[in-house]
Design a protein around this ligand. Structure first.
Ligand code: GLN
Length: 192
């Protein structure tokens, strides 16, 4: 399986490392031609405004949209989730708009800007998933065909799936638990 990781800015090396540990071929993507022949793509965390600008500068926007419209799985973590959304109130950022999500950037006020917590994510099994949130966004609203995968104790949605598109507000690439990436590879393989 060939998985591209958008390598414009942010935590892309960590994703490549996890994917390779799981036996997938993982390649950094900066140019449109590097999207050819991929089975799936990861949009990593980082600074969504910067990643969005670089995606436009590198002429990747329409190519990534094509990839999704052709049924290829895409997984967005943190800033990557912001990029996949279709509504970001109060922001001039133009997201890809591939998922029916309203996302709030930097949603966790100053005191909780960064935090870690154990989440129940039933699609990953019974064992809680240790989730690292760094200046994270949250999903304020999702449309009917979006499946909620995880919530914080207060009900805030922090992971979701729409068809073959997957998002998490947290950083599964920063822990030793590869189950979220394995779940994405299962989607890519058509097993989930
Ligand atoms: N706060 C960042 C943004 O709005 C996202 C943070 C992250 O990806 N860790 O783009």
């Amino acid at each position: 399986m060939r998985i591209g990781v958008l390598a414009a800015q942010g935590a892309f090396i960590e994703h490549i490392t996890v994917l390779r540990k799981l036996g997938a071929e993982a390649l950094p993507v900066r140019l449109p031609r590097e999207l050819c022949g991929l089975d799936g793509l990861i949009l990593p965390g980082g600074e969504s405004t910067t990643i969005s600008k670089l995606m436009r500068d590198y002429n990747l926007v329409s190519e990534i949209k094509n990839l999704a419209e052709n049924g290829n799985p895409i997984f967005g973590t943190c800033a990557g989730m912001i990029l996949l959304a279709n509504e970001i109130p109060g922001s001039t950022l133009q997201p890809l708009g591939l998922m029916k999500l309203r996302v709030k950037r930097n949603a966790f006020g100053r005191q909780r800007e960064s935090f870690e917590t154990d989440l129940s994510i039933p699609v990953l099994g019974e064992k809680p998933f240790h989730a690292v949130f760094i200046r994270a966004p949250l999903i304020e609203q999702s449309n009917g065909n979006v499946e909620v995968l995880a919530r914080l104790d207060d009900g805030t949605i922090v992971a979701a799936r729409q068809g073959k598109l997957l998002v998490s507000a947290f950083h599964p690439e920063l822990t030793d638990d590869p189950r979220f990436h394995q779940y994405f590879l299962d989607i890519v393989a058509g097993n989930s």
